[in-house]
Design a protein around this ligand. Structure first.
Ligand code: PLP
Length: 402
């Protein structure tokens, strides 16, 4: 999108470039065509956008949700085949989903410990239901002095799975139907983090080594479970940063993708995402000029989750030559930015009334700050019946899921 051609919003707003989104949808479809596609809702957080992507994705099979209350909401909104990716103790929301599963909807819950299985078994028993469950296999690579991966699941060895399977078989109201092995250290870890470029060769080497281990661990556990008589309907893996790798794995039936659609700033630092286009972000109007070289925008915050670091701050996408002040960063409700001297010399100083177009470091978190995404196509804001054409976020629907 050519941001120079756009009208500047007068208040902070979120933008969605539909041309870039279409490009990303097509690329995801090409890269993942060997398997089914599951959309990571946490990285999209808008029913309108989910529907837009689904409409253009022939291999779409279902959603990967992040919370039980969100799962119930998605079922209420007519979605089916939902895999809630993180274990939950929210029995009230789980119970709400029974209304839909009784009518044939598919809802699968994540487990990696007997305590989680017991919670599901109890609530299902109390309502004379059976719940479908998925094993979350830890795909990390623990090394003697380095843990390469994420700390989520307790299931790493066959003996861990064997023990849990025995427990699951003793619970009459749960049924094991799926396995997920999310290779986070391959799919979600950029090779070229700002300020850490010296680590790039090591990260690449570790990613390579880890791929081999993921193939073996996930593949052999799937074969073993099948031999135990488990009817696995779903073998889920991957994420945006591992589309080529995960889609090529024979044991995998489906891949989860979310962030690739908006392509937030954090994914600029990842080799495998180079062909994707930035499709979403936010615009802040310039309302002040405290010094010759400094402009101050209205609006701020927007720092992403994860380990604290500069890679979690948004980046300025347009215009060029603006940088944050180390002492202020993206402020609470105002953001001062330093303008490069060359920009001023060239007579390109941004003015009060112009906007600064930024990108959030993470995908879905952008939507927690705005009620709607303002849609653009062909370098212009879209309109419908005289008003801005927008897609509503979860927040805009009054929803805040945990
Ligand atoms: C279980 C799981 N699968 C897949 C993904 C990939 O999501 P994305 O494509 O947004 O990186 C994530 C992201 O954290 C995840 O937690």
């Amino acid at each position: 999108m050519d941001f120079a051609q756009l009208d500047s919003p007068k208040k902070p707003s979120a933008w969605l470039d539909l041309d870039a989104l279409d490009h990303n949808i097509k690329l995801v479809n090409e890269k993942t065509k060997a398997v089914h596609l599951r959309l990571a809702t946490k990285s999209i957080r808008s029913i309108d956008v989910l529907k837009y992507i689904i409409d253009k994705s022939p291999n779409y099979i279902g959603l990967m949700s992040y919370a039980a209350d969100e799962s119930a909401y998605l079922l209420e909104n007519g979605f089916d085949n939902i895999l809630c990716a993180y274990p939950t103790l929210d029995t009230q929301s789980i119970a709400k989903t029974f209304e839909y599963t009784k009518q044939g909807a598919t809802m699968v819950w994540m487990v990696d410990r007997p305590e989680q299985v017991d919670v599901l078994n109890q609530i299902a028993k109390s309502q004379n239901q059976t719940v479908e469950i998925c094993l979350d296999i830890n795909m990390s690579m623990p090394l003697p002095k380095l843990y390469f991966g994420t700390k989520r699941s307790a299931l790493i060895k066959k003996r861990d799975v064997k023990k849990l399977l025995k427990h699951i078989k003793s619970c009459r109201h749960v049924k094991l139907v799926a396995l997920m092995g999310y290779e986070a250290q391959i799919a979600g870890l950029p090779e070229h983090l700002p300020g850490k470029t010296m680590l790039s060769p090591a990260i690449k080497m570790l990613k390579n080594r880890s791929q081999k281990q993921v193939s073996t661990r996930r593949g052999s556990l799937v074969s073993w479970l099948i031999k135990q008589g488990v009817d696995l309907k779903i073998v889920n893996g991957g994420g945006s940063g591992s589309m080529d790798f995960t889609s090529s794995q024979p044991e995998v039936t489906e891949i989860t993708v979310g962030s690739a659609y908006y392509k937030p700033a954090y994914f600029d630092y990842m080799d495998s995402m180079a062909d994707f286009k930035p499709a979403a972000g936010f615009a802040l109007p310039i309302t002040r000029r405290p010094e010759k070289h400094v402009i101050t925008c209205h609006g701020g915050g927007f720092i992403a989750s994860g380990a604290v670091g500069i890679d979690k701050a948004p980046i300025v996408h347009y215009p060029q030559g603006l940088s944050i002040l180390p002492d202020e960063g993206y402020g609470e409700v105002q953001t001062p930015l330093v303008v490069d001297s060359k920009i001023i010399k060239n007579g390109m100083m941004p003015q009060i009334g112009d906007a600064v177009w930024c990108r959030h470091a993470k995908a879905g978190e952008l939507c927690e700050h705005f009620n709607e995404l303002v849609c653009y196509r062909a370098n212009a804001q879209l309109t419908a019946e005289g008003a801005a054409y927008t897609m509503t976020t979860y927040r805009g629907e009054g929803q805040c899921f945990h």
